[in-house]
Design a protein around this ligand. Sequence first.
Ligand SMILES: Cc1cc2nc3c(=O)[nH]c(=O)nc-3n(C[C@H](O)[C@H](O)[C@H](O)COP(=O)(O)O)c2cc1C
Length: 200
Amino acid sequence: MELFTAIETRRAVKHYSSSEAVSEVDFERIMKAVLLSPTSYNIQHWRFVRVIDPQIRAQIQDAAWGQAQVTEAAELIVLCADPQAWLDNPQRYWANAGPEVQGLMLPMLESFYRGKEQLQRDEAMRSSGMAAQTMMLAAKGLGYDTCPMIGFDSERVAEIINLPSGHVISMIITLGRAAKPANQRAGQLPLSEVLLENRF
Ligand SMILES: Cc1cc2nc3c(=O)[nH]c(=O)nc-3n(C[C@H](O)[C@H](O)[C@H](O)COP(=O)(O)O)c2cc1C
């Protein structure tokens, strides 16, 4: 599918055909595309939990106020992130760049992130958001539909998936074949309201 067609036809789909799987080849292709999303300093804060077990799905659905797509969709991915990833053996983020670049980047990371918890969390969420959009567009490009979700009790879902201490959940994405199209678009703000020139 052409890129602009994918952007223009991606919608938050709430009802899925339970009988139609996402092939392993497609799932891996989508996830490998996700790994190409940009992140600050190439830190790649993201961690993805693919929920396959129907019992865990049911628990997550319960924590998501019963939203149908949680169990109807062929795939459910919990997008998580590690705000402390900048500290986690960071030279591997520039593995191909060689020791000279690594030697420059490590002190930059230290001064940029050390002691700045809010920034660390913002970065984790930014990275995760980048991954989310790549996932949804890659899925659409292969003919699948998705729904990003934050309508769930994050603390309960964290318990259900054994979220490691210090990690955050950014959102859940459901992925599969639509059984019903999305509702009509609710209405986009005009470009003239949201695009400014030079200053607010
Ligand atoms: C971070 C985020 C969280 C969302 N959470 C939910 C959700 O819990 N349940 C749901 O049905 N839709 C959810 N949505 C879908 C939005 O309602 C939808 O993206 C928005 O209305 C625009 O529609 P569109 O994506 O079809 O263009 C969420 C979207 C985003 C980006």
